[in-house]
Design a binder for this molecule. Structure first.
Ligand code: ZN
Length: 215
């Protein structure tokens, strides 16, 4: 079994915007904060990947915020094979649900392959609509901050603004199943490149297109 250097980035944190990273974005239907959910899943994922002997670094392991560049920089300085940023979505229409994974526009093939692996495993775990692998100029994935050898992706696991999802995310077993899905996806990427089915990337044209952003 091959092992890799993995940087896990639990999205958001703390109380202030730091270098483009908002303290929090989505708030669940039950009032739980995205920043706390991303940290919980990130810590569970770190545990799983360490059991598989991967070398794991977390951009944060407490309720603090780091700039988008500093988050990416941890992957650069550690010569990471994988950078995975964990997020949850929210929307004003509380019936919206689905799972999606992002790469930076024009990201190298390895990022798309990792995103495909993450997306496939996450959809299996959530059972939600497959909203696909998408491109967006997200600051944390900016190739200017990363080594070209690092596959960099951002997962939006689900829409926590849906009541049922907010309830699921209070169950430890469900959160562990999400971390396991991500762990398998990363491990597959490190070990079984050729067996991962590469997903077509959807290009998003939106107002955020001219500026590195956070979601
Ligand atoms: Zn987010």
């Amino acid at each position: 079994m091959k092992t890799g250097i993995i940087v896990i980035d639990p999205g958001h944190g703390g109380v202030n915007n730091v270098g483009g990273s908002d303290a929090n974005h989505a708030v669940s239907a039950l009032g739980d904060l995205e920043k706390n959910l991303t940290l919980e899943i990130g810590l569970l994922l770190a545990e799983e990947l360490r059991l598989k002997k991967h070398q794991v670094h977390l951009t944060r392991s407490t309720d603090t915020n780091l700039s988008l560049k500093d988050r990416a920089n941890l992957a650069l300085t550690n010569k990471a094979d994988v950078f995975i940023s964990i997020h949850f979505n929210g929307w004003s229409d509380t019936t919206t649900q689905g799972t999606e994974t992002y790469v930076y526009p024009g990201a190298g093939g390895d990022s798309v392959l990792l995103a495909s692996s993450v997306q496939q495993r996450l959809v299996q775990a959530t059972g939600y609509k497959n909203r696909g692998v998408k491109e967006m100029k997200l600051g944390v994935l900016n190739p200017a901050y990363h080594s070209p050898k690092t596959a960099a992706v951002l997962a939006e696991i689900s829409f926590i603004t849906e009541t049922n999802d907010a309830q699921r995310l209070r169950q430890t077993a469900y959160k562990k199943s999400l971390a396991s899905a991500l762990s398998i996806a990363v491990d597959d990427f490190i070990n079984k490149h050729s067996s991962i089915k590469k997903t077509e990337v959807q290009q998003l044209f939106n107002v955020l297109d001219t500026e590195d952003s956070d979601i």
